[in-house]
Design a protein around this ligand. Sequence first.
Ligand code: ZN
Length: 205
Amino acid sequence: MAILPLVIAPDERLTTVSSPIEKIDESIKTLAADMLDTMYHEHGIGLAAVQVGVLKRLLVADVNWREGEGPGEQYVLINPEIIEDTKDEHAYKEGCLSFPDQFAEVVRPSGVRVRYLDLDGKTQEKTFDGLLATCIQHEIDHLNGIVFVDHISRLKRDMIIKKLQKLKKQGAFDHVHGPNCNHGHHHDHGHVHGPDCDNDHDHVL
Ligand code: ZN
């Protein structure tokens, strides 16, 4: 188990397109496991490899985990591709582990069919709906160098980026993330995550 340091915006890597994974070896399996650990540690429901500084097309998601109860339904998607989406759209107030404490409403298709490789290298096809659909689309965006603020107005996006730039300069995130992190403050907000969570506007992806 390893908690990996997060890439925080603004960062060039977050606007870079990640490369396909050619071979699913032990290093990829370790990366996926470490990304899940990192996602739970940081209270996220999804994480793309680029967010831990690895420019490979790999994402993990679990929208059903609960604090203190461990994993819900874990997904590891390698080289995912959206092959179909629904005509109807859904607005959701998204957050992102690479944009600490920033949230904005993003409109996306409410369902997507995705083709991907699993950790055994088998091709899978699955339709995702609801929060999972939002999450998977958000993470696939990351693999293409797109972040959630690219979906909102330029004015609002610039405001968020400027705020983070300033906080970064002040070293606000230096103590929060990374393998030596011993922070307790992320656990202080008393928010219970998971399917019964009635707070559907602050999930970070
Ligand atoms: Zn994100």
